[in-house]
Design a protein around this ligand. Structure first.
Ligand SMILES: Nc1ncnc2c1ncn2[C@@H]1O[C@H](COP(=O)(O)OP(=O)(O)OP(=O)(O)O)[C@@H](O)[C@H]1O
Length: 325
């Protein structure tokens, strides 16, 4: 018997007046799988999440959670756990009561709600802090408490909207590692909205890239990052080397195609230090190639030249769709 996916969204449309916020979005999240919905600000990610949660009504399309169509159901009967950017915890309630609250409003008796809440808090490593008030938690702990509140409902689907956007970079890195381990233990599907590619890469097995209301590429995370479908997707994912190739195409030269210390010496035209190393631009016959040299790789620089070869097998031609949409 096949297991129904945690989420199946089919042909969703939503306009706000003249703004087509969501245009024909279809996607599936399997049980135990994390899908990242990735795209620039304003592309419609949060609206998709709100449509799935039942906080907005679609103009067209359907939403099914765990095999049950919920398109016209109110949020509380959809069986989804939500964690939003502003994960407001009730300041006057203890951490335990905050987490148990979502169960109490669904009619779970107090003792059972508290037991489930303790279990969820242990899952996010907050065991022992049940009695604290939200003001007595660090940013990362508060964020994990909000996550526990969603987990406690044992929903087959978790929806996370930029769950780490309020945290500083170090906390984000810590929480990312914790979340990855947590998601691996859950049987639920997770739909994660983010504009941060690192977050998507660290947490999601699948990504769906969204542009101006529509999905432009979906697939396993590493495949999408290694083989972006178009110049716009490649540029959005941070690929620096998209060289004009004529007839509406670009040549995508990924970093793995560049081999240092072999081939001809090419002039280095610009260089500056970045967090990741020395970023240089090489005037290659294909066009200007940007790459970042680790401290060890900088020894390959000879005066203003760098020996570099490009592995043609790794270079792909992509349609240049950057001017559209
Ligand atoms: N309630 C609303 N009324 C009018 N327009 C809205 C409403 N909600 C969203 N929009 C518009 O719909 C589009 C998509 O917004 P949405 O919040 O879904 O984008 P997003 O990708 O989540 O952006 P961000 O990453 O900045 O949160 C935007 O143009 C936004 O201004």
């Amino acid at each position: 018997m096949s297991v129904a996916p945690a989420l199946a969204v089919d042909g969703l449309h939503k306009a706000f007046g003249p703004v087509q916020a969501v245009r024909g979005v279809s996607l599936t999240v399997a049980r135990g799988e994390t899908v990242a919905l990735l795209g620039p600000s304003g592309c419609g990610k949060s609206t998709v999440l709100r449509l799935v949660a039942g906080l907005e009504r679609p103009d067209a399309g359907t939403v099914a959670v765990g095999g049950r169509e919920v398109t016209h159901q109110p949020p509380e009967t959809r069986g989804v756990g939500l964690v939003f950017q502003d994960y407001a915890l009730f300041p006057h309630l203890s951490v335990l009561d905050n987490v148990a609250y979502s169960l109490r409003v669904r009619g779970t008796p107090r003792a059972a709600a508290q037991a489930q809440a303790r279990e969820a808090l242990a899952l996010v490593d907050l065991g022992g802090l049940e009695g604290r008030r939200p003001a007595q938690l660090s940013g990362g702990q508060a964020q994990r408490a909000a996550l526990a509140r969603a987990l406690a409902t044992r929903s087959p689907l978790l929806l996370l909207d930029e769950p780490m956007s309020n945290l500083d970079e170090r906390l984000r890195a810590d929480l990312r590692a914790g979340l990855r381990a947590l998601f691996a233990r859950l049987d639920a599907g997770v739909l994660l909205v983010t504009h941060d590619q690192r977050e998507a890469r660290a947490l999601a097995g699948q990504v769906a890239v969204m542009r101006a209301g529509a999905l432009v590429q979906q697939g396993p995370t590493e495949t999408v990052f290694a083989q972006p479908a178009s110049a716009w997707v490649a540029a959005f994912l941070g690929e620096p080397n998209l060289l004009r190739a004529g007839s509406g195409q670009v040549r995508h030269v990924p970093e793995r195609a560049l081999h240092l210390g072999t081939g001809e010496p090419w002039p280095v035209t610009a260089g500056h230090s970045t967090e990741g190393g020395l970023q240089v631009t090489v005037a290659h016959a294909l066009g200007p190639l940007r790459l970042t040299l680790s401290p060890r790789e900088t020894t390959q620089l000879h005066g203003d030249t760098l020996r570099l070869s490009v592995d043609d097998a790794q270079v792909r031609l992509l349609p240049d769709d950057r001017g559209q949409g």
